[in-house]
Design a protein around this ligand. Structure first.
Ligand code: UD1
Length: 417
């Protein structure tokens, strides 16, 4: 089984360029279904989740071509409306293809995605919104069978600013009759990227990035080119690595506005950050300070996707820190692995109390989910001795070229098969 082997104790220093955002690519690829024309999408990271989404498009009959960081999707040839169950089960976020398929074909059949490593992850808000627009959805035998004789724009008040539900409704509304308004919409930057893609293709969407998004339905979309935004979570992960190792990193190709909440917490932990629009320099302290309270929240609050990495930082913080994970109910799985490395963490439901220790020690650990896996890599970078991480396929879902990047920065990390 493939694993990462890390010899800890090396300070990271150097310059890195940040990959395109996984959570922006997936909805944009799903959206490429709507036009029935060619979309050329650049700055695509090389990730397992992206491969899965491309496989799903292929299975529906689209013609896709990947070269370097560019994917071309010709969705004119799509001739199926049923998504293969095994692919949907592999990647939960494939559910965002629902809205796009309903917009294009008025029909889609998809396996119920079910829970995953980080929690139950219901899709009730997706379904409620789509039903309000005129989708008829049967839920039976583990499948969602969706049909419509024509989606109609309406006002949708989301009970919670869900990223996926906002995306699904946005996609369904693009070619619906009339205007759709999403109130209490998710405000994540990836929604702005989706809006930009759609508008490049001729849609009329305004408001993404705010809590009210308005979509005026258009007859059809045209072919378009689009470049994906930088991945704010990958940027945050490498920044945390710099802080943990007392290192110094220069990050290029980022949007600093998207990572303000991460910068704020890393500063609280003692980092020095010099940021301008598209790059930043971060310098780590000798030992990180504890963070009195870190609460994950919908954007622009602190991202749940950075919670595990910050937990690793706090394991060696000077003092006691508290994390309150408010987004997902089962997102502390990395804690038990960090305990094996000498951390002092107690979890109480969605709250974790981390008492900083002087050092972590290398151990054999297992990645349980994507960001939790990344947090173990970070732990390995500072642990005394050797850390072996198995189930690294989780990490490959979200980090392009991690070994090479960390090696170039001075880490001692290798892949063993
Ligand atoms: C997206 C991201 C994921 C990230 C998460 C939070 C993608 C592909 N995935 O996931 O990486 O960790 O945002 O930033 O972009 N909820 C409901 N009902 C619903 C939908 C969601 O109760 O119908 C709840 C969820 O259980 C969770 C919360 O809302 O507690 C947030 O979920 P949501 O924003 O939808 O996250 P995802 O879109 O699944």
């Amino acid at each position: 089984m493939e694993r990462y082997v890390i010899n800890g104790g090396h300070r990271l220093a150097g310059e890195i360029s940040i990959q395109g955002a996984k959570n922006a690519v997936l909805p944009v690829l799903a959206a490429s279904v709507i036009s029935g024309k060619i979309s050329t999408i650049t700055n695509i990271p090389n990730l397992r989740d992206v491969d899965m989404m491309i496989k799903i498009l292929d299975s529906l009959g689209a013609k896709t071509h990947t070269e370097g960081g560019t994917v071309t999707v010709d969705s004119s040839t799509i001739d199926k409306v049923e998504l293969p169950e095994e692919l949907v089960r592999e990647m939960r976020s494939s559910i965002i293809i629902m809205g796009a398929m309903l917009a294009r074909f008025g029909e889609v059949k998809i396996a119920f995605p079910g829970g995953c490593e980080i929690g139950l992850r219901p899709i009730d808000l997706h379904l409620k919104g789509l039903r309000q627009m005129g989708a008829i959805i049967y839920e039976a035998h583990g499948f969602l069978d969706c049909k419509t004789t024509g989606l109609k724009g309406c006002e949708i008040q989301l009970d919670y600013p869900s990223v996926g539900a906002t995306e699904n409704i946005m996609l369904a509304a693009v070619t619906a009759e009339g205007t759709t308004t999403i109130i209490n919409a998710a405000r994540e930057p990836e929604l702005i990227d989706l809006q930009n893609y759609l508008n490049n293709a001729g849609a009329k969407v305004i408001g993404a990035g705010s809590s009210c998004i308005t979509i005026e339905g258009v007859k059809e979309l045209r072919r378009c080119d689009h470049t994906i935004i930088p991945d704010r979570i990958v940027a945050g992960t490498y920044m945390t690595a710099a802080v943990l190792t007392g290192g110094e990193l220069f990050l290029k190709d980022i949007i600093t506005d998207h990572i303000l909440s991460i910068i704020a917490k890393l500063k609280e932990a003692g980092a020095i950050v010099y940021a301008n629009g598209n790059s930043l320099k971060i310098i780590g302290p000798n030992r990180p300070s504890a963070i009195e309270m870190l609460q994950t929240l919908p954007y622009p609050g602190f991202p749940t996707d950075m919670q595990a990495q910050i937990m690793t930082l706090l394991t060696i913080g000077n003092g006691t820190s508290i994390i309150n994970e408010t987004i997902f109910e089962n997102r502390f799985k990395q804690a038990e692995e960090l305990l094996r490395m000498g951390a002092n963490i107690k979890t109480f439901g969605k709250v974790a109390v981390i008492k900083g220790v002087k050092e972590l020690t290398g151990a054999k650990v297992s990645a349980k989910d994507l960001r939790g896996g990344a947090s173990l890599v970070l732990a390995g970078l500072i642990a005394k001795g050797t850390t072996e991480i198995c189930n690294i396929y989780h990490i490959n879902r979200g980090y392009d070229n991690m070994i090479e990047i960390l090696t170039n920065l001075g880490a001692d990390i290798r892949l063993e098969k």
